[in-house]
Design a protein around this ligand. Structure first.
Ligand code: PLP
Length: 421
């Protein structure tokens, strides 16, 4: 059976895909080698901490003596290279994990510095860059930032000037998110941390690790970070975690976060895991290959659309540090057609047609395509973009490479069908 034909992909589009795959053999081999390394790293952590079937049973109520939960946190700490970890379904999302890490590790009078420019949108209200109820600013924690230089490198002189006696915590966002700055490699993050620690070794260096987990062989803790923070419905949940966030790092940072998440005096001892543990474990076990599928898909999209003359960021031959791919369509029709193709390729809600809508907090309408098993999970195939120049789609995720590949070809087919390419 010719399933591509049956699922609406023309011979021409299919051939373009095949040509791209031939060009990408080397990139794909590199991505597979990273996945292989990370798979063994995760497996070693499971074995070291003697993960057993009992670990999956879960607790209710207070969650005292939740061995499965405690062992999972040891597994995360080992695999990511930290002393301790907090991995909990009570952490509702990435923003919550970051807010927790920041608020738990600062006190009134302290200052937070972002040496990589403005942080992710939702953190503006957490920190109080945009005034917001309950922000850190309301608790007397101040904020400063140093922009990256025009070529995307660190403004070391500017950073040095911004560090003062109140600077308590430096926050470094690994992924570009939806900004135009480049994504940082773990090596670059290591250089930045070394610079900060040379000025004052007591400054806590936190990395927003969202979208970066398992894209490289090392995580930022091995480059000197004090804690890394992320969401379980992105990379490390492997598509199976239905909720959750993590903080991994020094005992001190993680303990601070634990007493803030639950309560002083209780810390990590409470927090029932209910019935999520097996998905947390199995998702973490699958995450290295799931992330590799997503990265391959991003590279494939960059090559297919790059060859057709669209501006793609990063380019197909660039080494990846996160799973996000931007494709500039130049017209609203192109952006919408691509998103329709992604939606049509989903295992869930494939029959819906995405339409642009006025999302709170955005000046322009936004179009979003996602048909996910876990609502809003961006480790699953998804695309979105604001309807403004250059009409870029931000595309990420995909649990298996064949599915991402089909999604990209489906997006391209929609453009051909509408004579937009
Ligand atoms: C997704 C993301 C966040 C926020 O995570 P949510 O789960 O959406 O709250 C923060 N920082 C970066 C870089 C992200 O990609």
């Amino acid at each position: 059976m010719d399933w591509y034909q049956k699922l609406g992909i023309s011979e021409k589009v299919r051939r373009l895909g095949a040509e791209s795959e031939e060009r990408l053999a080397e990139q794909f081999a590199r991505i597979d080698a990273i996945a292989e390394n990370n798979q063994l790293k995760v497996l070693a952590a499971f074995q070291k901490h003697k993960v057993s079937a009992e670990c999956f049973s879960g607790t209710t109520g207070y969650g005292y003596n939740d061995d499965g939960r405690d062992t999972l946190e040891k597994v995360y700490a080992s695999a990511f290279g930290g002393e301790a970890a907090l991995v909990r379904p009570q952490i509702t999302c990435g923003t919550h994990a970051l807010a927790l890490a920041l608020s738990a590790n600062t006190r009134p009078g302290d200052e937070i510095l972002s040496p990589v420019g403005r942080p992710y949108d939702t953190l503006e209200e957490v920190i109080g860059i945009r005034p917001s109820r309950g922000s850190l600013a309301e608790y007397g924690v101040t904020y400063d930032e140093a922009e990256l230089l025009a070529d995307g490198s660190f403004d070391y002189e500017g950073i040095r000037q911004k560090i003062n006696k109140n600077t308590r915590l430096v926050t470094i966002q690994r992924s570009r998110g939806y900004a135009s700055r480049p994504t940082l490699s773990v090596a670059q993050i290591g250089e930045l941390i070394a610079f900060v620690k040379k000025i004052n070794p007591d400054i806590i260096c936190m990395v927003d690790n969202c979208y970066g987990e398992f894209v490289e062989e090392e995580e930022p803790l091995s480059a000197g970070a004090d804690m890394i923070v992320g969401s379980l419905i992105k990379n490390p949940g492997g598509g199976l975690a239905p909720i959750g966030g993590y903080i991994v790092g020094t005992k001190e940072c993680v303990e601070n976060a634990a007493v803030r998440l639950t309560s002083p005096g209780l810390g990590k001892e409470v927090g029932a895991s209910l019935s999520v543990l097996r998905d947390f474990y199995q998702g973490f076990f699958l995450a290295p290959t799931v992330v590799a599928a997503a990265v391959k898909g991003a590279v494939f999209a960059a090559d297919v659309f790059g060859q057709l003359g669209f501006t793609v960021r990063p380019a197909a031959d660039e080494i990846r540090h996160d799973i996000i791919q931007a494709i500039e369509f130049g017209t609203p029709e192109g952006l919408c057609a691509f998103c329709e193709g992604i939606q049509a390729a989903a295992p869930v809600d494939s029959f819906l047609k995405p339409v642009p809508w006025d999302m709170p907090g955005y000046d322009d309408p936004v179009i979003m395509a996602a048909g996910a098993f876990v609502s809003g999970a961006s480790i699953e195939l998804s695309a979105d973009g604001p309807l403004r120049k250059p009409y870029a789609a931000y595309f990420q995720g995909g649990l298996t490479y064949p599915h991402v590949k089909y999604g990209i070809l489906s997006g391209l087919q929609k453009l051909y069908d509408a004579s937009l390419v």
